[in-house]
Design a binder for this molecule. Structure first.
Ligand code: ADP
Length: 423
């Protein structure tokens, strides 16, 4: 599990870095293209203006019609100095033809400012093929006071126009983004598939192991019982029959586990609730585990402090939950000393199972409740299991509207705390 999550982290990290680099490079190029298109627009407008000065006698000194007479106040607005009041009809016509000649295909609102009146004396919307007709009419030409007369050329939709010129680039970037998302999703899907395959393989291995040993033991015992002189040795007979009985009980317990697997597959458990005594159920779980307790010489201490242990719960699920927790406490402790306690926690019935076992590193605290999750390093390989117990426990507690948490430190033991609402 640890190796898997490391690989996963590596895959996620590298792909995130790669995707970030690709997106950054793409943004860099988009910005470059924007600046290029913007520059191109300025050049085209400048050419049109120069053409206008050439076509109409707007200034007295024709040789002076360079940069000095053009004021580019902001990217959307140009002021063109004039020394006379031009013929308006031919001004608008000329403007339109110059813009068309130099590919300036965006809205333009032109206005003529006169120093004497200190106001715009005429305004016109220059209709161009690609203009944004509907919205243009309301756009007012910004007003600037000057000590000379001028023609103002205002391009309210210059930004949109440039973006429209970049449509191909934007669309291809969008496409690239979509491809990246698809790529990420497929990696995630493949990885998940691989993870499921591996956990399934682990499960089959564990499963085979857990069934093979008791079956081999039963086979040996049965062979012994088949010996001709067995009836003459009643002690031996009883002993081997006992072994068969014990192993069958073990197998039955494993089958019970398999049923749990089937249930943990469902998203919600169908509960059959009844009012029951939580303390009595805890005691029953301890009683059911008596053979294991004896086998491992475990010391079980109980402290039932809850004044009101009546809860509404599913008896068989909750019993299996308690059994799972106490069994884990025994299983993962070398010399188990376990405290099973209950107390009131506000409106909740609170149960604690505390052991002095190998403990759980904090990195695993959340994951141990995942299906098939087992901590495989260290010296705990000997403890057998499918990694399903705690997943089942969590499902049961969730279905009861309760909470489960673990407090544990490696080598210092673990405490599992369950809170179940009384009603
Ligand atoms: P299983 O015991 O079948 O492996 P569980 O779901 O019950 O599966 O537990 C998941 C993992 O959590 C175990 O493999 C074990 O590493 C760890 N674990 C559970 N309970 C304890 C405990 N009381 N002390 C230490 N580790 C535990």
């Amino acid at each position: 599990m640890v190796i898997r999550s490391k690989t996963l982290r590596f895959v996620i990290l590298t792909s995130t870095v790669l995707v970030t680099i690709i997106i950054a490079v793409q943004l860099f190029w988009l910005q470059k293209v924007y600046l290029y298109e913007e520059k191109q627009f300025n050049i085209n407008v400048s050419k049109s203006i120069r053409g206008l000065y050439d076509d109409m006698e707007l200034v007295n000194d024709v040789s002076d019609n360079g940069q000095k007479v053009i004021e580019n106040l902001n990217p959307d607005l140009y002021l063109l100095r004039i020394d006379c009041s031009p013929n308006l009809d031919s001004l608008w016509l000329n403007l339109k033809s110059e813009f068309t000649d130099f590919d300036v295909y965006t809205d333009c609102k032109a206005a003529v400012y006169s120093t004497e009146k200190n106001a715009y004396t005429a305004q016109e919307y220059i209709d161009l093929p690609d203009s944004y007709h509907s919205t243009l009419k309301d756009n007012k030409v910004p007003f600037y006071k000057r000590d000379y007369s001028y023609i103002a050329l205002f391009f309210p939709h210059r930004g949109q126009y440039i973006l429209k010129q970049m449509l191909f680039w934007i669309a291809s970037s969008g496409l690239l983004l979509l491809v990246l998302i698809g790529f990420g999703a497929s990696i995630f899907y493949l990885y998940r598939q691989k993870f499921l395959n591996e956990t399934q393989k682990d499960f089959v291995n564990n499963f085979t192991h857990e069934f093979r040993t008791p079956l081999a033991v039963i086979k040996i015992a049965a062979d012994v019982l088949q010996q001709d002189n067995i009836l003459e040795k009643p002690d031996r007979l009883r002993n081997y029959a006992g072994i068969i009985n014990e192993q069958t009980t073990h197998l039955q317990a494993q089958i019970q586990r398999l049923l749990e697997i089937a249930y943990t597959d469902r998203s919600s458990l169908p509960l059959e609730k009844e009012t029951l005594d939580g303390n009595a159920l805890l005691q029953q779980a301890i009683n059911d585990l008596q053979p294991l307790i004896e086998q491992k010489n475990a010391i079980i201490r109980t402290s039932f402090e809850s004044a009101d242990a009546l809860i509404s719960a599913d008896r068989s699920y909750l019993l299996l939950t308690f059994i799972n927790l106490i069994e884990n406490a025994i299983k993962y402790s070398l010399k188990p000393v376990i405290t099973v306690s209950s107390r009131d926690a506000g409106p909740d019935f609170c149960i604690e199972v505390k052991d002095n076992g190998i403990g759980i590193n904090e990195a695993h605290h959340k994951k141990i409740f995942d299906r098939f999750y087992r901590i495989t390093q260290g010296d705990i390989h000997t403890a057998q299991g499918f990694g399903l117990g705690l997943n089942f426990v969590k499902k049961v507690i969730d279905a009861h509207g309760g909470k489960i948490e673990v407090q544990s430190e490696e080598k210092k033991g673990s405490t599992f705390i369950i809170k179940i609402p009384r009603k």
